[in-house]
Write a protein that binds this ligand. Structure first.
Ligand code: 13P
Ligand code: SF4
Length: 329
């Protein structure tokens, strides 16, 4: 459980304090598209998992303040071990990571010795260390197309992304049964009602959505891919089937267009807001920069083992500029 903030920070101008600390610490603030708008607005860089990994690997800052979830901050530490990496709330996890305990994943691998492990970046460092190649949703297509068709593959932990790739590439990867609780919550019935209310409006979906949502999508891709699609589709209304905080970037870029978040089960719930991403707040970001904690620490052997599969991704994904390579179905 996250410890409550015990200090009274109400008199502070948090934005100004974060600005001051960013300079004093020589820190870079990286934020995922699912962060609250006030955090996206002050970040040095906002991006998808692949872009954020690349930024973390190339920055010359001393401190990385990672506004995202733990597996993303761990990735930054794996790629930039000499830097201090802070995560505003260490409880910012991910249901996909939780679904894949390393001991069980190890047994799964051992049961299929002739398969390589192609693993979604939404997993722990220990699972990365047990994997051959990491993928993100924007690098998955580029990477899978470089693996010979005869090569057997296990794919974890997201069975929806894995299933989507199997269908699109005619592969037969064995799937780990994890899901993202956020993308799982979209309702097909409510989506169809929304489409009927906005005839002609395209649907852009993240591949973590189940097939009954992806099947109605005009575009399927990573967060950065969805953003690119939003910037280029010809109409005036877009239905967005991913975590709704990404709509902030769409509204900044195209204020004249209408972006509507796809609904959850009762048509009007907050169940598509990622509860882990939402744990990061301005207060916690300020404290993380001030106190340089909570900090990501990692055993060096584990880091080096996890780095191999991440480096493999970065090599194989070169040229993939977070541009939503999954593309249309
Ligand atoms: P992206 O790599 O598309 O940003 O996805 C990250 C994520 O956690 C989606 O739920
Ligand atoms: Fe994990 Fe889903 Fe949240 Fe992404 S949206 S961090 S996959 S729980």
């Amino acid at each position: 459980m996250t410890a409550p903030i015990r200090e009274n920070l109400s008199g502070l101008d948090l934005r100004a304090e974060i600005e001051r600390l960013r300079k004093e610490r020589n820190a870079v603030i990286l934020a995922h598209y699912y962060q609250k708008p006030e955090i996206q607005d002050l970040a040095d860089f906002v991006g998808d998992s692949l872009e954020l990994s690349r930024k973390a690997a190339e920055t010359d800052a001393d401190v990385i303040a990672f506004c995202g979830v733990k597996f993303m901050a761990e990735t930054a530490k794996i790629l930039s071990p000499e830097k201090i990496v802070v995560l505003p709330d260490m409880d910012a996890g991910c249901s996909l990571e939780d679904s894949c305990p390393p001991e069980q994943f190890k047994r799964f691998r051992e049961a299929h010795p002739d398969h390589i492990a192609l693993t979604y970046i939404n997993c722990s460092a220990a699972v990365k260390a047990l994997s051959d190649i990491i993928v993100t949703s924007s690098s998955a297509e580029t990477i899978i197309s470089q693996i010979p068709e005869s090569q057997k593959i296990i794919f974890g932990p997201d069975r929806h992304l894995g299933g989507y790739l199997n269908r699109k590439f005619g592969r037969d990867m064995l799937l780990w049964p994890g899901v993202c609780i956020v993308h799982e919550a979209f309702s097909e019935t409510e989506l169809l009602k929304l489409k009927a209310q906005h005839p002609g409006a395209p649907v852009a979906a993240h591949p973590e959505c189940p097939p009954h949502i992806v099947d109605h999508a005009d575009y399927v891709g990573s967060t950065s891919g969805i953003l690119q699609f939003a910037k280029s589709f010809p109409g005036d209304t877009l239905i967005v089937a991913t975590e709704p905080h990404i709509i902030h970037q769409m509204e900044l870029a195209l204020p004249e267009k209408n972006f509507i978040g796809a609904p959850g089960a009762d048509g009007n719930c907050n169940c598509n807001i990622c509860p882990y991403m939402a744990l990061n707040t301005m207060e916690k970001l300020y404290l993380a920069l001030r106190d340089l904690k909570p900090r990501i620490e990692m055993d060096e052997d584990l880091r080096l083992a996890a780095r191999k599969s991440l480096d493999r991704m970065l090599e194989m994904a070169s040229g993939t500029v977070g541009k939503g390579d999954l593309g249309k179905r």
